[in-house]
Design a protein around this ligand. Structure first.
Ligand code: E4P
Length: 217
């Protein structure tokens, strides 16, 4: 399973990329706004740090505008993935950009029917938002399960990119369901390392080791 970071914060990306466990990045207009930086410069910098797919989202809502913006974003670097909303124009633009060998991540997916259309439009990635579904009392993970079944039934190559991740358990559930990717806020990636028994075990080992008076080097 691949892990992407869901952030436009260059410092966090550079720091976590050193773990060797970051397979890609997703951004959106809200994350760019939070960074307070220019989108083109930010995406260029992220692409110079991370070699995997880097999603950059268009803000036009009409087909022609999405194509223009998508092409401009795709010119930044070969690993830019153009993020398009799951609308009629968005999926039309998805087909066009995919035909031009540009990677597309279809975002704001909240139903299996939408995911089916995105796959038929040739999307490289589909982003179902599990957290936002949970927020309204729906079950985000059951959407992942349904999409996985449908994609498997028809051998669609579109990768399931679980988005709007709210905690470590979302990542685990996505992995159990066989999702291709989870995109996670940096804080959640750091939390994935943690277990109180790891901390306690290490502390005990160090105390016992000290009592031996030995040194490995
Ligand atoms: C994914 O690509 C989106 O950027 C993101 O996961 C949305 O998450 P949120 O619901 O926490 O804003």
């Amino acid at each position: 399973m691949k892990l992407f970071l869901d952030t436009a914060d260059i410092n966090e990306i550079a720091k976590l990329n050193e773990t060797g466990l970051v397979d890609g990045i997703t951004t959106n207009p809200s994350l760019i706004a939070k960074s307070g930086r220019n989108i083109l410069q930010t995406i260029e910098e992220i692409c110079s740090i991370v070699s995997g797919p880097v999603s950059a989202e268009v803000t036009a809502i009409d087909y022609a505008g999405m194509i223009k913006e998508g092409k401009k974003l795709a010119e930044i670097a070969s690993n830019v993935t153009v993020k398009l909303p799951l609308t009629t124009d968005g999926l039309k633009a998805c087909s066009t950009l995919t035909e031009q060998n540009i990677l597309v991540n279809v975002t704001l997916c909240f139903s299996t029917a939408q995911a089916l259309l995105a796959a038929k439009a040739g999307a490289s990635f589909i982003s179902p938002f599990v957290g936002r579904l949970d927020d309204i009392g729906s079950d985000g993970m059951s959407l992942i399960s349904e999409i996985a079944e449908v994609y498997s039934n028809f051998n669609f190559s579109t990768e399931i990119l679980v988005a709007s991740v709210r905690g470590v358990q979302h990542v685990v559930d996505a992995a159990l369901l066989g999702a291709d990717i989870a995109t996670i806020p940096p804080k959640i990636m750091s939390q994935m390392y943690k277990h109180p028994l790891t901390d306690k075990g290490l502390e005990d080992f160090l105390i016992d080791w000290k009592s031996t008076g030995q040194s490995i080097l």
